[in-house]
Design a protein around this ligand. Sequence first.
Ligand SMILES: C[S@@+](CC[C@H](N)C(=O)[O-])C[C@H]1O[C@@H](n2cnc3c(N)ncnc32)[C@H](O)[C@@H]1O
Length: 274
Amino acid sequence: MADGGAPGIANAFSDVDRSDRTAELLAMMEEMDANPAIQRLGAWAFERLAISPGESVLDAGCGLGFDTVRLARLTGPTGRVLGIDFSEAMLSSARERQPADVTNIELRFGDVTALDLPDASVDVIHCERMLQHLEDPRIAVAELARVLKPGGRIALLDTDWETATSSAGSDEIVARMTPFTAGIARSRRVGRIVPVLLHDTGLEVIGVEPAAVAPGPTIINGFAFDQMPTFASLAGTATEDEAREWVAEIRRQFAGGYLAQFVTMIGAVARKPA
Ligand SMILES: C[S@@+](CC[C@H](N)C(=O)[O-])C[C@H]1O[C@@H](n2cnc3c(N)ncnc32)[C@H](O)[C@@H]1O
């Protein structure tokens, strides 16, 4: 089901510990967590999940644990949150960041496509910007549905990189370069189908919500944009010079405060039939 992403850095978030960009990936995640559009979409998902004190929660692909902590506060001291991630670097940074007053979190190394959890054992699942890094997100969604209790709720939030737009350059170069804005994603269109993935797994979708996300300075000035011209020229989509000029124009507009560059994230929340 993998639908693209550029070679070379395509597996950066799929296997963070083997990437030579770990520090940059962590900085990108901090920037994304502070992004206002992502925060609004996250708040929408938390509201729909309607977590009650004492519930058990799984944060699948928890990364630096920003949402893991928010989920822990919602379920409270009588509840429990398990954060699972495929990167020891992420988990150790998440452990360091954990506030002292939050004691109901367990952070564990694991693969979301093969969870070491019993069937029907979790009340609530949160999974944000993780599916795009998998070869076949359907395997992960089936696993998440398996461990969800009847009556449990799940939120998937992910990106549709195909929707990337930019005020920089001509319409034509924007259309040609769009596939390369997802250099770090293996399944770059998964955002648009998150509700369908939930529905096809037998879950009842109770809400779908979009968000237009603008990249911040760490991302715009970082390696993902640096490498786009090389990937575009390797794919024969644009010459290296054309692509380089496009990235330079994005950076000029951003520095001048008049860039409009967005990609759509989609959130979907579902309930497992009781
Ligand atoms: C872009 S980060 C998002 C992290 C977090 N959910 C957030 O919203 O800040 C993607 C995370 O998915 C993790 N990941 C990738 N493949 C995974 C897998 N198969 N199982 C578990 N985690 C995985 C990565 O290590 C990374 O921490």
